[in-house]
Write a protein that binds this ligand. Structure first.
Ligand code: SF4
Length: 228
């Protein structure tokens, strides 16, 4: 069988819309999205990045985490949340009984802003097609927005993270919770007082875990708190 036959068989399979066809279509879209990201020059960040940090984790997970953008370690390695803040995120998840490998993690922008500055609105806008495609393909039931940047970008709000964290929002039928970014928590590493950022984040992740248990156990979203 030559390549053309293979391509035609693949297209026939996809358009048959059988479960196998749908799965194949999703896989083709993932490949295309990753291919486009790997050589993307849609915003100025392409000029200073070392690696495009697309995202990682379970691509069929119902629980998705979205941060701001890659830092230095992420830019070097091509993996999201692996520097000090990422290690803290992994520890927070572990402490709450969530395995990092069972969730999907990405950022609003896939290339490192120089000096770890906040991404500019035009950079967020340029990268949004990639993020929206990821959300579309993953179809999460729950999304956690880590810090102010993804919270403002996704929820289109100007309210600060301190006001919004720990609350559920309904975003296109997905239960969304903003939390403090782990890099913010690193500044409070020795602060364990009640009502402090670390304590509040612990409460938030337990609430995420409570909702995640509902989805994990039933595969359904009935009973989820959408903050309505
Ligand atoms: S940040 Fe996003 S839009 Fe900008 S170059 Fe990287 S992948 Fe492309």
């Amino acid at each position: 069988m030559n390549n053309t036959d293979n391509d035609q068989n693949e297209i026939k399979e996809i358009f048959s819309m059988t479960p196998d066809g749908v799965e194949r279509a999703i896989s083709v879209l993932w490949d295309e999205c990753k291919r486009r990201a790997s050589s993307c020059e849609m915003c100025a960040l392409y000029a200073t990045r070392k690696t495009v940090v697309f995202g990682e984790g379970d691509e069929s997970s119902k629980l998705m985490f979205i941060g701001e953008g890659p830092g230095e370690s992420e830019d070097e390695s091509g993996r999201p949340f692996i520097g000090r803040a990422g290690q803290l995120l992994t520890q927070i998840l572990q402490a709450a009984g969530i395995d990092r490998r069972e969730v999907y993690i990405t950022n609003v922008v896939k290339c490192r802003p120089p000096g770890n500055r906040t991404p500019l609105p035009e950079e967020e806008a340029a990268c949004d097609a990639l993020l929206q495609t990821q959300i579309l393909l993953i179809k999460p039931a729950i999304m956690v927005l880590l810090g102010s940047t993804p919270t403002k970008w996704i929820l289109k709000t100007t309210e600060g993270i301190t006001k919004l964290r720990g609350r559920w929002f309904d975003w296109r039928g997905i239960a969304v919770m903003p939390m403090f970014h782990p890099s913010y928590l690193l500044r409070y590493s020795s602060d364990k007082k009640q009502g402090g950022p670390k304590h509040l984040s612990w409460l938030d992740i337990q609430e995420v875990r409570r909702q995640w248990d509902l989805v994990r156990e039933t595969g359904m979203t009935e009973g989820l708190n959408f903050g309505r």
